[in-house]
Design a protein around this ligand. Structure first.
Ligand SMILES: [Zn+2]
Length: 100
């Protein structure tokens, strides 16, 4: 699998490290809502299809990238800098942090 780093160009997956789901939102540090923190730390979505992920080009420029990857085919449809919100697209399973 190749990831097209905006700085370095197409590079092998071995140069990157997975940093997690691109939609996890850390609760307010002042929050003492145990259910909210529990969900943040332990709950993960298991998307079958396009998934927004954060990857770091650890073996290259060290930039954090937001990658949209299909979890069924591993096809990558977009790559951008994690700091750039233009690449942030909902995937329908976004957790708001609230537990019911
Ligand atoms: Zn790079």
């Amino acid at each position: 699998m190749l990831i097209n780093c905006p700085y370095c160009g197409p590079r092998d997956l071995s140069e990157f490290s997975y940093q997690g789901d691109g939609y996890r939102t850390r609760p307010d540090p002042a929050s003492t809502d145990q259910a909210e923190w529990n969900a943040y730390v332990y709950d993960r979505v298991n998307v079958a299809g396009d998934h927004n992920e954060i990857w770091q080009h650890a073996g290259g420029c060290r930039a954090h990238l937001r990658v949209t990857r299909n979890t069924l085919t591993h096809k990558i449809t977009s790559v951008g800098f994690a700091r750039d919100e233009r690449h942030k697209k909902p995937h329908g399973h976004r957790r708001t942090g609230a537990h019911s």
